[in-house]
Design a protein around this ligand. Sequence first.
Ligand SMILES: [Fe+2]
Length: 377
Amino acid sequence: MMNPTSRSHGGVRVAGLLSAACAALLFAACGQQQAPAASEGAAATPQATDGADAAPAASGEVNLYTTREPGLIQPLLDAFTDSTGIEVNTVFLKDGLMERLGAEGERSPADVLMTVDTGNLLDVVDAGHTQAVDSDVLEEAIPAHLRGGEGHWFTLSLRDRVLYADKDLELDGFAYEDLADPQWKGRVCIRSGQHPYNTSLFAAMIAHNGAEATEEWLRGVKDNLARKAAGGDRDVARDILAGICDIGIANAYYVGRMKNAEEGSEQRQWGDAIQVIRPVFAGAEDGGTHVNISGAAIAANAPNRENAVALLEYLVSDEAQSMYARANYEYPVKAGVELDPVVASFGEMKIDPLPLTEVARYRRQASELVDKVGFDN
Ligand SMILES: [Fe+2]
């Protein structure tokens, strides 16, 4: 069967060739064939509590569009199906989520939209592809500054942007502002200033300290660079090992991957060469560590709305949060969830309390400042 819900990228390519309406029909057909088997017993009964007496438009399934890697979230989706009996039809999209939703319009079979980066989520929300959700479970699990107004989007995990430092450096804490301190001249590594991970951080700097101070700071960081702002986050650790730089800014989850890589492997050596410090915004009265996110929203025309809410609520359960955090070394959005040992070794995280929607407002300005100071030149 030609299955647009295939769990491979190949399947997505096939589905991409179909018209939106056709894809929708296939989804419906698919759903009938993928209804949970009765033999699964009690577990086969959908447990979306408040959906029990709702019209069974297509009960027992939920359609997920996600840009996350299959290996990362499939175990979570399987666990959700095990505990609720609700089948998850997943479309893994490497990119093009907005285009696809735009093309499908009101007939989109999507129930849940899941992606990374606040900017990407806000783009989807601003384009009208989401709907409001009122859920006590989600509101209790997710702090208010990490979700959208009226429940239009929710953070599922945190991606803190941290300091990688040579493991032998003795540092007593670190502020993002310190990156521009002349003592670090020729000692800092970082990827392109235009990468969303950095524009998000720089936007938060604008929100805390203003555009003028941020421009000056960017010039200072640029002056301190040991090499061109380029490459990826892991290259910061690689270049610290190589002695090119002493410190740099990158996402914390890569350290989980590197420090857990096979003994003797390149990645493991990079990971073992560094220590992680979670910087804070010193200029802010109540500054914390900058985080970007992975998150999700309910699609505007979700045909399986109750199941979609059930999936989101499951994803903030202790069980799912722990699995999520361990699979990719991201930080759980829900407090009190067990951390991966490597992530735990970085210590408690004080999350920057600035609402992510406010940070996102300055992203364009941040990008313009990167150009203005010639950060990537
Ligand atoms: Fe990444």
